[in-house]
Design a protein around this ligand. Structure first.
Ligand code: SAH
Length: 231
């Protein structure tokens, strides 16, 4: 007896959906193993979040089939969702604790915010393109990430009403470190940002208990530029 219909069209719709869901899960598992664990990301909470988050639901349908590939993808408005490894690596370098309040600059698709929301207590995210702020808000709400607040605005100013933050992550590159954002970091806090024009480097800023800062450069990256804010 053959249990499986030979022709895909013969599979009832609900079963087809289940088969498809399984495919996404398998692709995601493969992404975590080959692109993230095999490189240098070790934090179990980050790996768990990468395994649990449906990246394909954060991107437009025309690129959905590439959702779990080892590269950034276009999300419209000239913007991109970062490569999965970069999302995981930056989350790992931030060393987020469950009680933390996190600020993200550059919400984009909302995918990085969804990962952060599983590591922290609260996530605040600022996006300068109104349409992206709206779509990402809807995606995050529909998928049940309730501890993320997105607002449309200029990331260079940070979010003074919610400051200070335990952790700050920039996912668009300013030409140089943004002092207003360093100022919104708690003592003992950490900020991560791609910095530079043309060639960029990933910079980690640590603020000690006395409020003194120290910077370390990690590796070269290629993010979209952080656009100057609206006046
Ligand atoms: N974190 C995103 C990827 C971000 S791409 C994700 O997971 O999908 C960078 C984003 O930064 C873009 O959406 C871009 O519109 C936004 N951006 C650029 N300049 C900005 C600024 N000054 N303030 C806030 N957002 C900005």
């Amino acid at each position: 007896m053959r249990l499986w219909p030979r022709h895909p069209a013969a599979i009832p719709l609900c079963l087809a959906a289940a088969v498809e869901a399984q495919d996404w899960a398998a692709l995601r598992e493969n992404m975590v193993r080959t692109q993230i664990e095999r490189r240098d990301v070790r934090d179990p909470a980050v790996l768990k979040a990468m395994r649990a988050t449906p990246r394909h639901l954060f991107i437009p349908e025309n690129v959905r089939n590439s959702a779990y590939e080892d590269r950034p993808l276009p999300i419209g408005h000239g913007q991109t969702i970062s490569q999965p490894y970069i999302v995981a690596s930056m989350s790992d370098l931030l060393e987020i604790q469950p009680g933390h309040k996190v600020l993200e600059i550059g919400t984009g698709s909302g995918y990085q915010a969804a990962i952060l929301s599983q590591l922290a207590k609260q996530v605040f995210s600022i996006e300068i393109v109104d349409a992206l702020a709206k779509t990402s808000t809807r995606t995050l709400r529909e998928l049940g990430y309730r501890n993320v607040t997105v607002r449309s605005g200029d990331g260079y100013r940070g979010w003074p009403e919610e400051a200070p933050f335990d952790r700050i992550i920039l996912t668009a590159a300013p030409p140089e470190m943004v002092q207003a954002l360093v100022d919104q970091l708690k003592n003992g806090g950490r900020l991560i940002a791609p910095v530079g024009t043309g060639s960029q480097v990933l910079v980690v800023v640590e603020k000690d208990a006395q409020g003194r800062t120290q910077q370390r450069t990690r590796y070269g990256v290629a993010f979209v530029p952080m656009v100057p804010g609206r006046k």
